[in-house]
Design a protein around this ligand. Structure first.
Ligand SMILES: [Zn+2]
Length: 263
């Protein structure tokens, strides 16, 4: 069981060492911006690292929207990130499920996801697996609730698509964590990565506000149960810098009875 954290992108391997993390996730560009990722000077070192790497795509990406001025650049930016992730030997690129605007037909949003994979296939393919992450909020989201997730997978399941399960987003989004992994896997067939976060917001609050595992509104044992059931690598996206995240990683290793691969 590989466990790590979302870290600053300047020197991800140093950040991993600071936390005794086996895995790190980071951004390749401003998460609130539209700039394509630049080639990294440390690409060779990253590729050779023992630490597993994941890239989180910018938050601005929304490939589902009916708004052309967001959807078209979103596709390009996602493809650019997947290929930049491949260049550093990352295991995958994580992207939020996205949403349509109020009044728009969610069915078109799912079809826009299908078109995104078709576009990538026509452009040489995503360089790494794309892991679609469940989100916490909104009434028109593609991957907040499992009924929507099932419709999304109906649209894109023929492509090679991965899934990233965020415990904060699921809980705040209104999905019970007990038994959640089985319900997700019945839809997606797989969970590639778990984002292990507690939630500052209440159940079904729709709030995307992460907390350390021992804080927040989720029973930490439920987060551990999700990880155990998923059997996937884990990334904490929790506050508190090195100390806060290292404590969360230690807590998970203790609960799961696993040791650091990085030591
Ligand atoms: Zn997440």
């Amino acid at each position: 069981m590989r466990i790590g954290a979302h870290v600053d992108s300047t020197d991800p391997l140093a950040e991993a060492a600071d936390r005794s993390a086996d895995t790190v996730q980071f951004f390749l560009s401003d998460p609130q911006g539209w700039k394509a990722p630049k080639p990294r000077e440390d690409a060779e070192r990253l590729r050779a690292a023992e630490v597993d790497l994941y890239v989180h795509a910018p938050y601005v990406i929304n490939v589902a929207t009916l708004n052309n001025r967001i959807r078209i650049p979103s596709r390009k930016l996602l493809l650019g990130h997947a290929n930049a992730a491949a260049a550093i030997g990352a295991k995958g690129v994580i992207v939020h499920g996205g949403h349509v605007n109020a009044g728009d037909d969610l069915a078109v949003g799912f079809d826009n996801w299908r078109k995104t994979f078709a576009y990538a296939a026509d452009s040489g393919g995503f360089g790494v697996p794309v892991l679609i992450e469940n989100t916490a909020g909104g009434d028109n989201a593609c991957a907040r609730r499992l009924d929507a997730l099932a419709r999304l997978w109906d649209a894109i399941g023929d492509y090679e698509v991965g899934f990233c399960l965020d415990t904060c987003h699921a809980f705040a989004g209104g999905e019970e964590l007990l038994g959640l992994v089985d319900r997700v896997k019945a839809i997606t067939g797989r969970i590639d990565l778990v984002h292990a976060n507690n939630s500052k917001g209440a159940f079904n609050s729709g709030q995307d506000r992460h907390d350390n595992l021992g804080g927040g509104t989720i029973d930490p044992e439920l987060v551990v149960a999700v990880i155990r059931a998923a059997g996937a690598p884990v990334v904490v996206e929790t506050p508190g810098g090195v100390a806060g995240q290292a404590a969360d990683i230690d807590f998970l290793r203790q609960q799961l009875g696993t040791e650091s691969h990085a030591a």
